[in-house]
Design a protein. Structure first.
Length: 214
């Protein structure tokens, strides 16, 4: 599904000088979800107000202390890498207005993907939206119309109920994925049994951790 969400119409030249706090950015192989195994450029923005206790990127929670990078600089890096798409992740990337970054990437011929909890207003010109909803701060109503992939991290049975509650609000054809929380091995048999009984769901694994790819 393609999504077009516009918030204002400044020129592309203005967009190139917009800055975002960036935790890290790198050319890699997508490790999880529907696009697992594909070459992609990850851009991790700083700032998150969701506070999942099991978060594995806690260094991304604070905006302060991370360098500001201009859109133009990021777009050049993605172009030079040869990546066909950029994955904007966090932190929670929707704490920032993503219109400048996503429009500039698309102008450069790069597809734009996002991984989000959906808990802040949706902005940007996005080709693929992965919603990873968290009970700690629930998604906004508006994001559900645009979801391409629903990826729910599972620790216990409660998360399976949470997954179904969110799936019921997603468009028909949304890819439905359950992902075991990395440090909770007991979630694996739970997910395996659930997917066998509910085959509209699939399993997402954090393959980058097995492969030791950043
Ligand atoms: S939403 Fe993502 S970055 Fe934010 S606390 Fe949860 S897992 Fe961590």
């Amino acid at each position: 599904m393609s999504n077009l969400i516009e918030t204002h119409s400044d020129s592309i030249t203005d967009y190139l000088s917009v800055e975002y706090p960036i935790v890290e950015h790198f050319y890699t192989i997508q490790g999880e979800g529907a696009h697992t195994g594909r070459a992609s450029y990850f851009i991790r923005t700083a700032g998150c107000d969701v506070n999942c206790w099991w978060c594995d990127v806690k260094e991304s929670w604070e905006e302060e202390g991370h360098p500001l990078m201009k859109v133009g600089e990021l777009v050049e890096l993605v172009k030079e890498s040869g990546a066909p798409f950029a994955v904007i992740t966090g932190g929670e990337p929707l704490l920032h207005d993503l219109l400048p970054l996503t429009v500039a990437l698309k102008e450069a011929g790069i597809k734009t993907h996002i991984e989000t909890s959906g808990s802040s207003p949706l902005t940007g010109h996005l080709d693929w939206i992965t919603l990873s909803p968290k009970r700690f701060k629930e998604p906004t109503d508006e994001i559900f119309d645009y979801v391409d992939e629903l990826k729910v991290v599972v620790l216990t049975n409660k998360d399976l109920q949470w997954a179904e509650k969110n799936a019921a609000r997603c468009p028909e054809g949304t890819q439905l994925l359950l992902q075991p929380e990395w440090d909770t091995p007991k979630s694996i048999p739970l997910i395996v049994d659930y997917v066998k009984e509910n085959p509209q769901w699939g399993i997402s694994l954090q393959t980058h951790k097995f492969l030791k790819v950043p």
